[in-house]
Structures are given as C-alpha cells and as structure tokens.
Design a protein around this ligand. Structure first.
Ligand code: NAP
Length: 307
C-alpha cells in the first residue's frame, strides 16, 4: 500500500494517485491504516520520525528532485530505498531560470537597472552570446539539460560534475582542477549541484573570488552551498557583478537579511523549478509498477554520495 504525505495537500495528492493508478491501493496521511500494510511512502517535507512507524516500508519517493533533507534521516532504515524525481518537467523550468540569469548578465540588466534608478540614458557596449561564458555546476537531470540548451543557443558553456561527462557543445570538466579551470573562465556561474557532504559550502569566498571581475552567480540548487556573506562582500567590493538567488540557508529568507535590498541581487522564493504534480505522480507510479514486476526503479538515491 502507498501512503501519501504532503502536509495539507496530502488528500489532493492521493486523489491524483487514485486517478492515474486506480489499481494501486493508496491512503493519505493521517488516514487510519494498519502500519504493517504500508510498503511505499510518497512524500513532501515529511515530519521527523514519520518513517519509523512503518515496519514493512520498502521505498520512500521524494516528490522533488533534491533529497538532502531525507538522506540523513535517522528514521529511514538503510534497507529502505530512497527515490527522487528525475526531471519530471523540472528541467525545462530550470533551463528558463538559467536563461534568466544569463540574460541578466549578457543584456546588462543590473547595470541598466542602476542607471534607471538615476534616470540615466546611456547605452553600454552589447555582449554577444558567443562572448558569454557560462559555467554550470552539476550536469545531472537539471544541469545537463541546462548546459546542453545554453550551448545549443550559442553560449560558451562549461560544465562540472563528479565523474567525467560528455555533452555536445559543452566543455565538461570534473575534479577540483576542473572547478578551478571553470571558475576562472565563467561570466555566469549557474549552480545546480545537489546538496551533499561534498558540496555544502562549496561556493565559499575563495571559490567565488576565482570568478572573473563582473561575473554573476545564479544559485538554483540549495542555500547551504553558497557563502552569502562572502557573496555580499564580493558584490560590494565590485568584484562580482550580480546574483540571481532562488535558494537560501534559511527559507523563507528572513526579512532582515541584507540580501533582500541589495541592488545587484535578484531574489526569487525557491521557484526555479517546481514539482509538477501530474508528471511527478506518473513517475512514482511507473516506479511502483517496475518494483511490482521486479525491475529496477529510476531515480534511486545512492545514500553514500547523498544524491
Ligand atoms: N531551486 C529549485 O527550484 C530546484 C528544483 C529542482 C532541483 N533543485 C536542486 O537541483 C539539484 C540537482 O538536481 P538534479 O536532478 O540535476 O540532480 P542529479 O541528476 O542527481 O545531478 C547531480 C549532478 O551534480 C553532480 N555532482 C554531485 N556531487 C558532486 C560533487 N561533489 N562534485 C561535482 N559534481 C557533483 C553530479 O555528478 P555526476 O554526473 O558525476 O553524478 C551530477 O552531474 C537537486 O539536488 C536540488 O537540490 C532545485
């Protein structure tokens, strides 16, 4: 039996599962149910301890792409598979978000915004796509699609991943030396890495300082990967040119955060790529059918690497 937990939205999600897969028994938290009958849980922000109550749990399906808050859970036994969404309509949104960051830099929107606030009408030298160097951190379901789309659109794209990757038109790098190489040649840095032990705090002062003068940072992954104080210092010193931030160490971003009113920062409230319920349910259902027939599921998280 599948149990759905999505806070106040649990019943709505259960209805979606019921309409896409009426043959799969499904209940919504907190329906009365025999805990021993629950073998699958599909969830969004489940409360701590939820998983411990189900002795026959086989897999937990995250209704999102990021699983950083789930991998370390002590109530998730090692034998229970953790499965995330792979794309499910989010990569197309992430491409748009990355394009937004690239255009902020390429079309000099933050410079023109500064001029606008002073009623200054002055044309700045245009920057062509082919002169715009984009560095994409993470070349998975999201980052790989972003890098490929930007390369296809004519930008000069570099990508960085843990293992060696190949993407048409993208200079793919890995390892620490690859990151150094990428940072030194990047006008727009787009972070789409999962938050893991290896990537938390990665965008620290020393790495941000390696970006060329005037570079713009897009953080569409997780807030704990970026040192916000270092970012502010580098913006104020004029070394960095701007930032487009979707994710923050504390969400919602506290009202007294200096990030809010910084003239070179554009803020969005964790909306770069939202879960689309239809494709999300379809992907979980597909995995349930695979599991029922003894096949491998897609999107199974390697809990040793954390993604
Ligand atoms: N803001 C939003 O709205 C939003 C929406 C969706 C997702 N996200 C975030 O985006 C993240 C990525 O999603 P995804 O579906 O693209 O994940 P994914 O398919 O698992 O891809 C992760 C990529 O990061 C690389 N990577 C992981 N650890 C690394 C390390 N230590 N050093 C270098 N590269 C590393 C992986 O390298 P390999 O290719 O070598 O494995 C892979 O290319 C999610 O975890 C989530 O936090 C944010």
């Amino acid at each position: 039996m599948l149990l759905v937990y999505a806070g106040d939205e649990s019943v709505t999600w259960r209805a979606l599962f019921a309409s896409q897969a009426p043959d799969i028994a499904c209940v919504a938290w907190p329906d009365a149910v025999d805990p021993a009958a629950v073998t699958w849980i599909a969830c969004w922000n489940p409360p701590e301890g939820l998983f411990a109550g189900f002795p026959n749990l086989r897999a937990v399906f995250a209704l999102g792409a990021g699983v950083d808050r789930l991998v370390a859970r002590t109530d998730l036994a090692a034998h229970v598979e953790l499965v995330r969404l792979v794309d499910a309509g989010m990569a197309a949104q992430m491409i748009e978000y990355a394009q937004l960051g690239v255009l902020l830099w390429q079309r000099r929107c933050l410079d023109y915004r500064a001029q606008q606030l002073q009623a200054v009408w002055r044309k700045l030298p245009p920057i062509a796509r082919g002169e715009t160097r984009v560095g994409v951190l993470g070349l998975g379901a999201m980052g790989g699609a972003v890098a490929a789309a930007l390369a296809q659109a004519g930008y000069r794209v570099w990508g960085w991943s843990r293992r060696a990757r190949q993407i048409d038109g993208v200079r793919c790098l890995h390892e620490a030396s690859g990151l150094t190489e990428l940072l030194g040649e990047t006008d727009v840095l787009v972070n789409i890495l999962p938050s893991t032990m290896a990537t938390r705090g990665l965008l620290d002062r020393s790495h941000l300082a390696q970006l060329p003068a005037g570079a713009l940072v897009v953080n569409a992954a997780r807030g704990d990967q970026l040192d916000a104080a270092a970012l502010l210092d580098l913006l104020d010193s004029g070394h960095l040119g701007g930032a487009l931030l979707d994710v923050f160490a504390t969400e919602p971003l506290p009202t007294d955060s200096p990030l809010w009113l910084h003239p070179r920062i554009v803020i969005t409230p964790h909306v770069a790529a939202s879960t689309l319920s239809g494709p999300a349910v379809a992907q979980v259902v597909d995995n349930l059918r695979r599991a029922h027939s003894g096949g491998p599921m897609s999107g199974v998280v390697d809990r040793s690497t954390g993604y």
